[in-house]
Ligand binder design. Structure first.
Ligand SMILES: Cc1ncc(C[n+]2csc(CCOP(=O)(O)OP(=O)(O)O)c2C)c(N)n1
Ligand SMILES: [Mg+2]
Length: 382
């Protein structure tokens, strides 16, 4: 926990990068200076509390999945808690967030009630997407979390479009768009970065590099495995931070957000760990013992707790209290979710489009094309 890696790519033709190394190590900043000490200490403890909650929530979700209370796909943020918390802390409530399918932690940290997140996983009507989205499609306009996308890279052009809208309206807002390492090989990634740089859009692209796209390692899939360097093709600023340290992520995200707020895109690469398989049904047997050991060594909950204790910011007893509280909240969220009713089938098409669309099909999956639709929205009591 002593150091963090900071790496900045300068635009290739600016000349500023010449003679400068790509990496530089700086001291970890928490715990320096009298006044900032308390602020930084309190913030660090708060980060830890949020990280523990994500961990316990995800574990509760995994259990619910094995009890068949959750259906469909379910990808967990286990091991990525520091990344999630550090990133979300750098956003203002008026900023927008787009994520991929590995999103529960983002929804929670963005401020969506755990009960509504868990109810969505359970496919219930009190869920954040009214039970119709599930694990991969959480959407909350009020919290400005605009998904939740199951198509790898699907969120990137949409997020870029949102940044264009912000630019067009001239408001002091930015977009953050997170994605995995594997997503940087999708065409939409390159098209979006190109246009964002060309048009100076206020967006932070974040690559959560857990070194795996399902079972494929970054080294096997990416000709340039140092992913932040891809930004240089678009003369975009970029940086790589240590994703097991929430403070390093927070500071990197703050720098990135400042650049975006000044009207330039930024690429932030966050080096994280995926503690378990790709999704809850993947035992992850393709990983060797060495890789598993390294991953466990870099568990952000363990390393950050040790750091907080070493710096006198938390005691072992306080850690137990934080943990127990997180378990209780996750249990309460699961109880709420289980008690929530399933959505009625008549609401299936209610949220397909934001505004009415002429000739919008209301046929249920598998229903023959030439039979009358089973119901029309206008006939249904909601
Ligand atoms: C366009 C598309 N191709 C393939 C898939 C199947 N798929 C789902 S997740 C995934 C791996 C993505 O890895 P990465 O971007 O590193 O994210 P991570 O799962 O590690 O968070 C793949 C190939 C998909 N959902 N969409
Ligand atoms: Mg990955």
């Amino acid at each position: 926990m002593a150091t963090r890696q900071r790496t900045t790519v300068m635009p290739p033709n600016s000349g500023a990068h010449r003679g400068k190394p790509f990496t530089a190590e700086t001291e970890y900043p928490v715990g320096t200076g009298a006044e900032t000490d308390t602020v930084a200490g309190e913030r660090a403890v708060d980060f830890y509390r949020q990280m523990v909650f994500i961990r316990r929530f995800e574990e509760r979700a995994a259990r619910a999945y094995t009890q068949a209370l959750i259906g469909g796909y379910c990808h967990l943020n286990l091991g990525e808690e520091a990344a999630v918390v550090g990133l979300m802390a750098a956003l203002r409530p008026t900023d927008y967030l787009f994520t991929n399918y590995r999103e529960h932690g983002y929804a929670l940290t963005r401020g969506i009630e755990p009960e509504r997140v868990m109810a969505e996983l359970f496919g219930r009507s009190d869920g954040v997407s009214k039970g119709w989205g599930g694990s991969m499609h959480m959407f909350d306009l009020e919290k400005r979390m605009l998904g939740g996308y199951g198509i790898v890279g699907g969120q990137i052009p949409l997020a870029t479009g949102a940044a264009l809208a912000i630019d067009y309206r001239g408001v002091d807002e930015i977009v953050m768009c997170t994605m995995g390492d594997g997503t940087t090989n999708i065409g939409a990634f390159h098209e979006s970065l190109n246009i964002a740089a060309l048009w100076s859009l206020p967006i932070v692209y974040v690559v959560i590099n857990n070194r795996l796209g399902m079972a494929t390692t970054v080294d096997k899939s990416s000709a340039e495995p140092e992913l932040y360097k891809r930004a240089s093709s678009y003369r975009m600023e970029a940086e790589r931070v240590d994703g097991i340290d929430p403070v390093a992520v927070f500071e990197g995200a703050q720098r990135a957000a400042a650049v975006a707020r000044a009207g330039k895109p930024f690429l932030l690469e966050v080096m994280t760990e995926r503690l378990r398989g790709h999704s809850v049904v993947d035992p992850g047997k393709y990983r060797g013992a060495e890789a598993i050991a390294l991953t466990k060594e870099r568990d952000p909950l363990v390393t950050f707790a040790a750091h907080l204790v070493d710096n006198g910011l938390l005691t072992e007893t306080e850690i137990t209290v934080i943990n127990d509280d997180a378990i209780n909240r996750a249990t309460a969220a699961a109880a709420f979710a289980e008690a929530s009713p399933f959505p009625h089938v008549s609401t299936l098409f209610d949220y397909t489009y934001a505004t009415p669309v002429a000739n919008d099909s209301h046929r249920l999956p598998g229903q023959p094309l030439f039979e009358p639709a089973p119901f029309l929205q206008s006939e249904v009591t909601r």
